[in-house]
Design a protein around this ligand. Sequence first.
Ligand code: UDP
Ligand code: MG
Length: 328
Amino acid sequence: MTDQPELSVIVPFYNEEESIRGMHASIVAAVEPLGIPFEIVMVNDGSRDRTLEIATEIASQEPRAVVVNFRRNYGQTPAMAAGIEQAHGRILVTMDGDLQNDPRDIGEFLAKIDEGYDIVVGWRFNRQDKLISRKIPSMIANWLIGKVTGVPIKDNGCSLKAYRASVIKAIPLYSEMHRFIPAMASIAGPRIAEIKVRHHARQFGQSKYGLSRVYKVLLDLMVIKTVASFTSRPLLWFSVLATPLALIGLLALAFSMWHWAAVTGTLPLPVAGTGLIFLLAALILMLSGVLGELVFKLGDVREQGFSRLTMKVWGNDAATLGEVDRHA
Ligand code: UDP
Ligand code: MG
């Protein structure tokens, strides 16, 4: 590609054969009037229906459309990450491929980026999904994510977001992490804006998720907290984790002693043994933290490419975005 597009619209598709043509058409209809060079990056996430066939057909007739293909289903976040990696635009917009997000909102996202924001996130204020299985868990998750990460965003799960390419390309994405991009990026101090977006009920096919995503989101939240707050202080984090174990261990031992001295004159072995096991567990956790410190310091000394970049993004003395840009 010789001309760098101003905008890349990145859309993951997993078994969306009924939606993909409509998606492409509505993106073109919404973006063409904006009068900027753009590309559409369609990521086929190992679909087992005709999604790939249709995507390839679209791309053969439309030079602005690019297909990225996964041979098997890896999930929405890896699909997004692959699209982001392949995209050439200066501004990247991600959205769902099931026609639930509306490309007519893209113009407003670009306007916000022009105002100087680095990340613009959508808020599905009038979300068209099921109440019990979707909206309520999502409300709780958004509240929790805000509390834990300190980045209060109303709708982390909304895929419709816009980024400066240099910002998003520096953020490692895996698991279900696309929900946490603003929180992850926030460590490097970008300007984040939130705007209301349209949302439509799913017309074709089915949602690819059930309640099972809840535990994945919780685990990812823990990973983010660890990475964001403790990358350069692993011993501290492991000590925090070890504290409850050490407390239980000490309590059990104290109880055993008291029982021995004041009650029966014999040591209650099961309780004392349990206490010892808990204390040992706490010790092993702390030692893992020591190991973490060694790995961190070693990485620091060797200054290997990736770890240097991640430390720049994650470290406590987080680099400004400008610095990260040069290494990306
Ligand atoms: N998706 C994907 N890989 C997956 C699951 C989903 O690429 O393993 C895509 C899916 O095709 C859609 C978007 O991610 O374009 C959002 O998925 P879905 O509509 O099922 O999620 P929901 O809107 O129910 O949260
Ligand atoms: Mg959907």
